[in-house]
Write a protein of this length. Structure first.
Length: 144
């Protein structure tokens, strides 16, 4: 029997595209729109930036050669910087790791990135205290 004479069957055939009814397509579009709204709202509050690294930034993990942490002293501007570098690693190799940790702290705490580093009087370069598996430095957030 042919569907050509049955208008209800012809209408049903037009509403279905590739086996998917019009209502199912609308539901799929609605789900996609809801997902898009959720992603955009989460990116606005910083969750995506903190979860996924998009090439560095304040909330993202930067790729530096050594792991470094900056901890505030009694005065929030004074920092003790610890770099996970062995005793044979020269300052030139872990300098950027230390600088990144301090810049990140100063930007987050004070909104500026400038820092003064404690220097050794003999060399005029940054003063470094060594332990078995770390290098310790001192810095101070400056500006304002």
């Amino acid at each position: 029997m042919s569907d050509l004479g049955n208008p209800a069957r012809q209408l049903k055939r037009r509403e279905s595209v590739c086996g998917v009814d019009r209502i199912e397509r609308k539901a799929g579009l609605m789900r996609g729109a809801v997902c898009l709204v959720l992603v955009l709202s989460l990116s606005g509050c910083g969750w995506l930036r903190d979860t996924f690294s998009f090439g560095g930034g304040i909330g993202a993990a930067a790729e530096t050669p050594y792991r470094a942490t900056a901890r505030a002293g009694e005065d929030n501007r004074d920092l003790a910087v610890t770099v996970s570098a062995g005793p044979q690693v020269p300052l030139e190799e872990f300098r950027e790791s230390a600088r990144y940790a301090v810049t990140r702290y100063c930007l987050g705490a004070f909104g500026m990135s400038e820092a003064d580093w404690a220097t050794a009087s003999a060399t005029g370069d940054w003063a470094v205290t060594r332990t078995e598996n770390a290098a310790l430095l001192q810095a101070r957030c400056t500006g304002r």
